[in-house]
Write a protein that binds this ligand. Structure first.
Ligand code: PBG
Length: 326
């Protein structure tokens, strides 16, 4: 056969493949989520997330040091709080001595150069388990009424030392509202990574178990996006960009690579992807059963994010991946 084009020539050896490789994952692309609990020396395994645990503040600092040593530049922090501090107003979210604020402070003291990303939404602090206030009469998730507490939460986190504020609540107008509040309080250098296209997804199950933060009634479909849509993600991206977001995020990750790729093309901002808890659990479960090679599937999945156009990936595989790369 006289074939002019033989694409296989560029695949003939690992050296050749590495020469033409378009995308690679490095530890610098990864953000490691961490779950903090009260106590000392406490490590609580999360049943639905094999290998992942809730850690007390002292262990979080140790874990972050290990991640930093592996070249991971950023952690994303979530608090797992007992029901006794939760109420319908999410009062605990702005407590300057709260577990979350103390953890941010300790991380910044221990490893000043490591970035701390924090989550803005009511659910970990709310007895209703929703991301905004719930109207007690109608059950509606109130938009405008929730903006003030979200902004106060963001300012409280910035005061504690947060480098990147991550509004994950999906209320309309919150990015601009939070940007304004941060600037007014003198935090013009605090970044906002907006959960821009956050879908009402069933892949968050293990995370909600980890934080015991599932909604007490109803679902999140009136604020998180309908997973049938991607045009709408562009609209959210347009608004967040206009309101002053620094980074746009797509969540979940693997089933939404098309959305990542779409936002990468229409936006001038860096794109983040959240490889969420359910995606992690599926790979871990199949790997434990011997049905998949967990490590190889992890590398392939994280590379797929880069190929789709993600500049960074929040992933529970961050430590395993960085270890493998070393
Ligand atoms: C809540 C929040 C959720 C996640 C991150 N922030 C869950 C939800 O919206 O119910 C999910 C992350 C994961 O599944 O890994 N504001």
């Amino acid at each position: 056969m006289s074939l002019v084009h033989r694409p296989r020539r560029n695949r003939k050896s690992e050296s050749m493949r590495s020469l033409v490789r378009e995308n690679i994952v490095t530890p610098k692309d990864l953000v490691a989520p961490l779950f903090v609990i009260e106590g000392k020396g406490k490590r609580e395994e999360i049943l639905s997330m094999p290998g992942y645990a809730r850690l007390s503040l002292d262990l979080i600092v140790e874990e972050a040091k290990a991640l930093w040593a592996l070249g991971i530049p950023c952690v994303s922090l979530f608090p797992a709080l007992s029901d006794s501090v939760k109420d319908s107003k999410a009062t605990e979210s702005t407590n300057p001595d709260g577990l979350y604020q103390r953890t941010i402070q300790s991380l910044k003291e221990a490893i000043p150069e490591m970035l701390v990303m924090t989550d803005v939404a009511l659910d970990p602090y709310s007895s209703d388990g929703h991301d905004g206030y719930v109207d007690p009469k109608t059950g509606e998730i109130l938009n405008d009424e929730s903006l003030d507490i979200l902004a106060k939460m963001a300012v409280s986190q910035a005061k504690a030392g947060s480098d990147i504020i991550g509004p994950s609540d999906m209320m309309d107008g919150r990015v601009g509202f939070i940007r304004n509040a941060l600037d007014e309080e003198g935090f013009s250098q605090t970044s906002i990574m907006s959960y821009t296209a956050k879908y009402a997804s069933h892949f968050y199950g293990p995370f909600r178990e980890a934080l015991d933060s599932a909604p007490k009634s109803g679902d999140k479909k009136t604020y998180q996006m309908d997973y049938s849509n991607s045009e709408e993600a562009e609209r959210e991206a347009y608004l967040d960009q206009k309101e002053g977001a620094d980074i746009l995020m797509v969540k979940p990750g693997l089933p939404y690579l098309d959305v990542i790729s779409r936002l990468k093309r229409v936006s001038h901002l860096p794109i983040a992807a959240y490889n969420v808890s359910g995606e992690y659990s599926m790979i871990k479960a199949a790997s434990e059963k011997g049905w998949l090679d967990g490590e190889k599937v992890m590398v392939e999945s994280l590379t797929a994010f880069k190929r789709a156009g993600a500049d960074m990936v929040l992933t529970y595989f961050a430590k395993d991946m960085a270890k493998l790369l070393h």
